[in-house]
Design a binder for this molecule. Structure first.
Ligand SMILES: NC(=O)c1ccc[n+]([C@@H]2O[C@H](COP(=O)([O-])OP(=O)(O)OC[C@H]3O[C@@H](n4cnc5c(N)ncnc54)[C@H](O)[C@@H]3O)[C@@H](O)[C@H]2O)c1
Length: 389
């Protein structure tokens, strides 16, 4: 269905759209990129040139390849230029009504066979697809930031998506050197759902006064081998983004306490303490400020790690149990989308599924909160001494 000659359209030339366009043009496709804001389009053009220049300097690509990528990329303020596109990837503002309006406009411009896709992080693909006459040609393709560097792309069929279109789009994006996983159209798909516990349980441990933020961050790096601790990572992502994703996932899951946001993070957002980008979040990044030291207590660190990893594994289990994705795809998603040192189900095998279940059972008994209920799959695997791999 798609070939090297397929023409790719990208709508939205912000952080994600510009990266996605670069990926497609680098793979040799003719690309059209559109934005409703002329200065955003101009900025994306300059950024592409600068990014390619750096790659040439680092000898990652040749000058000739760089010229070809620039030639392949057509910046346009005319949506009519999308007539020739075989696949359109939308990466505009995260707003359902605005996306629906765009898709219904787009449908009148593109050919009958053009595949329409969205890079949405948190909206339902099915709801976006409901705005067009042929929802079978609409799917989700969720790239990670920065799209040029992060290998993972979640492929999300909507309820009405054509299976062949899903498979062919997956194949095309694989051919761009990306690692694709398929996820059911559910809140947060795989990564933005499973990763919630990394932040949520760390916040809860801190809220209860079990450990301070520096100690929790140190524990996850020291015992778990994570590149960054949860508080450092939340500060890097920005609380405007991280808190909003948590709240959106929580609301979409009908207020399931497993995804409940933390008041402490909401207060940071309200104060404008957005993290690194604003100079202050959980940590203070202003010049001259002293970073807090962790309490390097190995026993406490293991306790913290066991609790957070058990919650992460539990969510990974539920994602598999509810047929949102396969165990292999859940593990690939977390290692390739958010750089976890190990897939969570592989981690469960290594730690002992029975032990992980034991940790959750203890939490469930202690707190009596639904938040700590073990997934049925974890229960089954743990009580029958089974392994995922
Ligand atoms: N930033 C991330 O980390 C990330 C990761 C994965 C997915 N996403 C998703 O990708 C999408 C884009 O996010 P972003 O971070 O690139 O946003 P961004 O704000 O950097 O860019 C959005 C661009 O869309 C343009 N735009 C807005 N409305 C438009 C319209 N109606 N028609 C044409 N252009 C329009 C804006 O001018 C802007 O240039 C969102 O759906 C977001 O949820 C973001």
């Amino acid at each position: 269905m798609f070939t090297k000659k397929s023409c790719i359209g990208v709508i939205g030339s912000g952080a994600m759209g510009s990266g996605i366009a670069q990926v497609a043009a680098t793979a040799g496709h003719e690309v059209y990129i559109f934005d409703s804001n002329a200065s955003a389009l101009e900025k994306a053009k300059k950024n592409l040139e600068a990014s390619l220049q750096k790659l040439v300097e680092k000898q990652k690509i040749t000058e000739k390849h760089s010229d070809a990528i620039i030639k392949n990329t057509n910046f346009t303020s005319e949506l009519n230029n999308f007539k020739e596109c075989d696949l359109v990837i939308e990466a505009i503002i995260e707003n359902l009504e605005v996306k629906q309006k765009l898709f219904s406009e787009l449908e009148k411009i593109v050919s009958e066979t053009c595949v329409l896709s969205s890079n949405t992080s948190s909206l339902s693909i099915t709801s976006i697809a409901s705005a067009v006459a042929k929802p079978e040609r609409v799917i989700g393709v969720h790239f990670f930031n920065p799209a040029t560097l992060m290998p993972l792309v979640e492929i999300i069929p909507g309820i009405a998506s054509d299976e062949n279109i899903v498979n062919e789009t997956k194949k095309l994006i694989d051919s761009w050197g990306k690692i694709t996983v398929v996820a059911k159209d559910t809140p947060g798909f795989i990564v933005n759902r499973v990763a919630r516990s990394f932040y949520g349980e760390a916040l809860r441990i801190n809220e209860e006064g079990i450990a301070d933020i520096a100690t929790i961050d140190w524990a996850m790096k020291e015992v778990g081998g994570f590149k960054m601790g949860p508080f450092e990572l939340m500060d890097l992502i920005g609380h405007d983004v991280n808190y909003v994703v948590t709240e959106t996932v929580w609301k979409q899951f009908y207020f399931d306490p497993r995804f409940k946001p933390a008041i402490a993070q909401k207060r940071l957002l309200e104060a404008g303490f957005l993290g690194r980008k604003s100079g202050r979040g959980f940590y203070n990044y202003k010049e001259g400020s002293v970073m807090p030291e962790p309490t390097k207590n190995k026993e406490l660190a293991i306790q913290i790690f066991n609790r957070i990893i058990a919650m992460l594994i539990n969510e990974a289990c539920d994602t598999v149990y509810l047929k949102i994705a396969t165990p292999e795809d859940v593990d690939l998603a977390m290692t390739k989308g958010v750089n976890y040192p190990k897939g969570l189900l592989k981690w469960a095998d290594d730690l002992g599924v029975k032990e992980v279940l034991g940790t959750l059972n203890n939490l469930y008994e202690l707190y009596g909160e639904d938040r700590y209920r073990p997934s049925l799959l974890l229960k089954f695997m743990g009580t029958n001494s089974k392994r995922f791999y």
